[in-house]
Every structure is written in structure tokens, then in C-alpha cells.
Design a protein around this ligand. Structure first.
Ligand SMILES: [Zn+2]
Length: 131
């Protein structure tokens, strides 16, 4: 991530942190609204668990209504790990640095713009909400 300035990295880090918190709050609210006692128990854990991965904890949860949030939370947690490891913002396909503008718009992006376009052409059915 040599192509990113310190100030840019700090900004992206904050974006990810904010999104992480928002998603936890949304997941917490969704679980609380659930009719299942098991889900409401999980809601308490989601708010108590601190900064550890709750995406992993919820992955096995058989609840379509929360799936999209958990999926995104996973992506956010992965991005924060890459940031901490100093390998953030590098395209998974071509290895080039992903532009700051793209990362600011999609902090969880794992491919540069060109590779993402190619990927979407190849896997057109992915990433399209089925609802
Ligand atoms: Zn690329």
C-alpha cells in the first residue's frame, strides 16, 4: 500500500471502523427483532463482544434476513485485517495498487477498477441481489 498516503490510510481506516460499527448495530437490531430466543441471545453477544470478529460467530446463523449484513461485515473485517497487515488496497487479481478514489467509495474493494469490471463480466450473476 505504498501508493496510499498516511492521511488516506487513516481516512480509509476510519471509514471501515464506522461501517463496522454501523453493521454491528444493524445486526444487533435485527437479531433483537427476531422471534427466536436464540437470536436475541446472540444480539446480546454482538453488543458485548468488543472488537473481535462477530462475522465468524454469525456465519452459521441460518437467517437469510441477516445474511447480507454478515457478508458485508466479513468484508469489512477482512479489509481491516489487511490494513493492519499493511497489504490493504492491492488488487487481488493483478497485484496493482487500487486507486484511492475507488477505495474511498468502496473501502472493502479487493480488485482494481479494471479487474472488477472483468470479474463482473465473468461472474455477472454474483453480487446481484436476488430479492
Ligand atoms: Zn487489478
Amino acid at each position: 500500500m505504498k501508493h496510499l498516503k498516511h492521511s488516506q490510510i487513516a481516512h480509509l481506516d476510519r471509514l471501515l471502523e464506522d461501517r463496522n460499527r454501523e453493521l454491528r448495530q444493524e445486526i444487533h437490531a435485527l437479531l433483537l427483532e427476531s422471534d427466536e430466543a436464540h437470536h436475541r441471545d446472540l444480539a446480546g453477544m454482538v453488543s458485548d463482544i468488543g472488537d473481535e470478529s462477530i462475522a465468524n460467530m454469525l456465519t452459521d446463523l441460518d437467517a437469510a434476513f441477516i445474511d447480507r449484513h454478515v457478508h458485508e461485515l466479513h468484508a469489512v473485517e477482512d479489509a481491516r485485517q489487511r490494513l493492519a497487515a499493511g497489504i490493504y488496497g492491492v488488487c487481488a487479481r493483478c497485484g496493482q495498487g487500487i486507486g484511492y478514489e475507488r477505495l474511498a467509495a468502496y473501502p472493502t474493494a479487493i480488485r482494481c477498477f479494471a479487474c472488477e469490471a472483468q470479474h463482473e463480466k465473468t461472474y455477472a450473476h454474483e453480487g446481484t441481489p436476488t430479492l
